[in-house]
Each structure stands twice: as structure tokens, then as C-alpha cells.
Ligand binder design. Sequence first.
Ligand code: HEM
Ligand code: FES
Length: 345
Amino acid sequence: MSVGYGAVGWNRQKKRYDFFLVLGIALYLGAFMGAGAWLFPDVTAETLMIRAFGSAALILLHLILLVGPAARLDARFLPLLYNRRHMGVTMFLLALIHGSFSVLQFHAFGDMDPLLSLLTANTQWDSVSGFPFQQLGFVALIIFFLMAATSHDFWLVNLTAPVWKALHLGVYVAYGLVLAHVALGVLQAEQSPRLWLPLAFGFVLVASLHVIAGWRERACDREQPEEMGWVKVCSPQDIPNQRGVVVTVSGERVAVFRDDQRIMAVSNVCQHQNGPLGEGRIIDGMITCPWHGYQYLPENGCSPPPFTEKIPTFQVQIREGSIWVKSLPLPAGTAVEPAVWGGES
Ligand code: HEM
Ligand code: FES
């Protein structure tokens, strides 16, 4: 909901969240290096730093990937989702420090340019035990850089939401590269399952949470049967006051809201970052996106002035005690008469 681009403000909650994020990372790095120096006195400080920052980035990357499906399964995780971009930028910085120390340690003391050495020193692509795993980490770091550099809403608006979203789905490619980087580079030298186990556990956790969240959403994606261009949704009592339900109509997700006696339907997709409007609520008479609070008037899908976002609306009827939604959307921002329900609110 913005005039130019919609920067999400830096509020107290975000500052508190960032404080705990930085504190948690500082405690982790301190504990890792302290315990490492005590348990393995032969390991150099540089190696400990490389390992501390690399593992901190990896743990944060797992948290970032878990937040999305966790918030789809349980709304209590939503506050973490709002702040996921801060986690992403922090993770990139940790990985950058890890990568920079590695380049310094392993590539800076020869005749060759350190970056060239990183990319060309090892070319055993056909060997598992000697695979050039550092290049994989480098490519992942480039992807994280592109994501961190375009994380601001300015880029979301200028690149357009679909392009921005596609770019940020690159996190899954980078995750695969990082898993291969760690598995091939470090773990192959390990005889004990000490490091394999957490890596495999992290992957199984991320994969299974995504599968469970996707499976749950399939129930909502089940198409409602159409009768003469209208689709039966549910009865008005099934929608809590000032809340919505999400149904799939002609392949599109539609959010059907109840505000006391009035029933209205709009597209479920928020113009900001495709947030699920149907999971939001009506605040001050406006549908409020659960992700970052963009607002839309339910009767015409327009953000209140001076904001300019618009979403498609749908015609609604109440017949024989049930809500019916017209299967074809109206153009974004079209005013529609709400259906009025005669029952108790
Ligand atoms: C330019 C990019 C990168 C370079 C040159 C690089 C280099 C290295 C090297 C040399 C090691 C072995 C360190 C050792 O002796 O234990 C390593 C391990 C590791 N790297 Fe990277 N890396 C890069 C990017 C990344 C990224 C993007 C991540 C994750 C987000 C990452 C996560 C890790 C982890 C978790 C380990 C294992 C740490 C441990 O031994 O506990 N690396 N990396
Ligand atoms: S406000 Fe950000 S996705 Fe809706």
C-alpha cells in the first residue's frame, strides 16, 4: 500500500527482533569459538572463525527455509515471516565473512589472484573425494548476494512481483549448492556421523515441512463445482465475523470475507508480495494483509487513498443459506454490491 514503493517501516517490534537475532548469533559464534579453542587447541583461530561463521550461516539458512511452511501451518510463526528478509541479509553477511576468511586462508598467499585461484585451483570435477567444493559455495554466495541486494521493497516494485519472486526462489538452488558444498568439502573427511547427522536432519526437516504445508494447502485448492457460472462456497456462519475463508474458483484463490451482515469476495493475492489476504482480517473496515499490513476496501478491492494498489473483486450472492461467488473475477478495483446476510452476526 504505497504511493511510490511500499517500504515496510522500521518499527519497535522489528528493532527488538533484530536485537535478538544479532544477540543469538553473537552468543552462537562466541560459544562455538570458545568451545572449539578449548576442545581442539591445535586448530587455528582462522579455521575456527571459518567454521563458526559457515555453520552460523547454514543454521540461519535452515531457519529461513523453515519459517515459510511453519507460518502456513501455524499463524503464530507469522511474525517471523514478516522479518524473514532481515534473516536473509544477516545470513548473507555471515556467509560472506566465512567465504572471505576461506579465500584469505586458502588462496591469498600464492602468486595467483585469490578469486582466480578460488575458481581455478581445483578442477577435479570427476572426483568425489577431491571435488572442488569451494566453487559450489562461491556460486551459492553469488545467489545470496543477488537476493540480499534486491531484498528492499524498491526492487520488488521495480522488478515486478513475479520476477522478484522467481529470483528469490533461487534460495532453493543456493540451498542445494550449500548442502553439496558442506557434504563434499568438509564431511567427506569426517569418519564419524557427527556432522552428517545434523546436515541430514536439517534437510529432512526442511523437506518434510514443505511437503506437509503443501499437502494441507491442497485441501484449500480443491476446486468447488460450478453451477451456471456461480460457485457455492460455504454458509455465512462458517466465516467468523471480520474474517475470511479461502476457496479456489476457476483455478484462482478467492478470499470471501464477512463484516457483520455483509459478505464480499476479492482475490486472495496481495499486491505487495502475494500474501494470502484471506488469512488476514477486517480492521477499520478494510481487509488487512496478514504479512505486512497492506489494506484494501472489501467492496472495491482498492487501497485507501493516497495508496493506489487494486485487486480483482468478485460478485457474491446468498442463496438458500449459502454464499455463492461468481466464477469470473471483475477487473481490479471494480466496486461490487456486498451480499447481505440476514442471520445473527
Ligand atoms: C566464496 C564462498 C565460499 C568459500 C570459499 C567457502 C569455503 C569453505 C571452506 C574452505 C570450508 C572448509 C573449512 C574447514 O576447513 O573446515 C568450508 C566449510 C563450510 N562452509 Fe563454506 N565457503 C563458501 C561459501 C559458503 C556458504 C554460502 C555457506 C552457507 C551459507 C557455507 C557454509 C559452510 C559450512 C557450514 C562449512 C562447514 C563448517 C564446519 O566445518 O563446521 N560456505 N567452506
Ligand atoms: S502486505 Fe506484504 S504481502 Fe501483503
